[in-house]
Design a protein around this ligand. Sequence first.
Ligand SMILES: Cc1ncc(COP(=O)(O)O)c(C=O)c1O
Length: 355
Amino acid sequence: MALEDSFWLDISLGNFRANVAQARSQLAGSARLMVAVKSDAYGHGGAAIAEAAVSAGADALAVLDIPTGLALRETLPDTPMLAWLISPHDDFLAASAAQLTLGISHSWQLDAIARQCEGVTTTVHLKIDTGLHRNGCLLERWPALVTKARELERAGLIDVEGIWSHLADTSLEEDKRSLERFHDALEVAHAAGLSPTIHHIAASAAAKDLPESRLDMVRIGIIVFGVSPFDERSADELGFAPVMALRATITEVNEKSATITVGMGFAHGLMPLPPSTGWVSWNGQRLSLQSVEPHHCVLGWPETDSPAVGDVVTLFGDPAERSPRAEDWAAWSRTIGDEVISAMSPSVPRRYLSD
Ligand SMILES: Cc1ncc(COP(=O)(O)O)c(C=O)c1O
């Protein structure tokens, strides 16, 4: 962080590592722990978080796409990494040579591996769509996909190490139905001659509330960033602390209009809010949020003391400062905490705190 930065994100690697350890004991149980860092670790910055996840005991990483996996491979040569957002323009040979595990949803992806990766065995996890409809092979195409996968496996082109899915987490009942569909899909795969050893479907919410969904591995994202996947239970109650705290310095005070300005706004990734919604903290006191503009926010005057230009306010993520949580911003803007933290623009400097 440059001294002149007027807003920044404090990223607590200490809290993150503690959350990963908590996920291992509370959410994984005897299953392996895969931490989902996706492309930029929900706005926290991919490389630092990926390394911290592994040092805190993650067995594997879910890395979204092949370019992200290739970039992380340089610093994490041995960590199993699953990339699942596969594009026709990807370099499958580079992915295979880097020993990335590919999450396969479509038969054209197997064709691309067969074409590009002759002479090497690519590790794959086949993904079945169990109801989320975001990615994964549709149930009606599954028999053809597993048959083709078995042919490629016999030819030594792939190793079907895993079968997986992702849950909608809209309700426990829906997740249970998806889990049943998953078990049915496994039977179809076994009947085709496949014998994968890693089955995985649960992310943060199901790993907590539906222990039978943990199977061989859980893929945990949002909760290790200290943001709750549930509306009615906070991350704190679940034993997870925020990792990202957003701070900004006061750039203007106007006693006449009783307003304070900080120089960051929705152009930097803050959620736009209706007028007079929410609050931020200053020296442990609440300052009302009067408006979020493109490049600044207008705050109300505190009940006691007078703030000064250069004072720091915390917009979210620091319980010791009695600031709001990312989840509060999510409630104010009718979205989910994932969006509040992931939306932080790369123009907001990240300061990594290692304790
Ligand atoms: C495929 C996949 N696995 C795991 C996760 C992590 O989910 P969560 O953040 O709910 O733990 C996600 C997040 O959307 C995902 O898309």
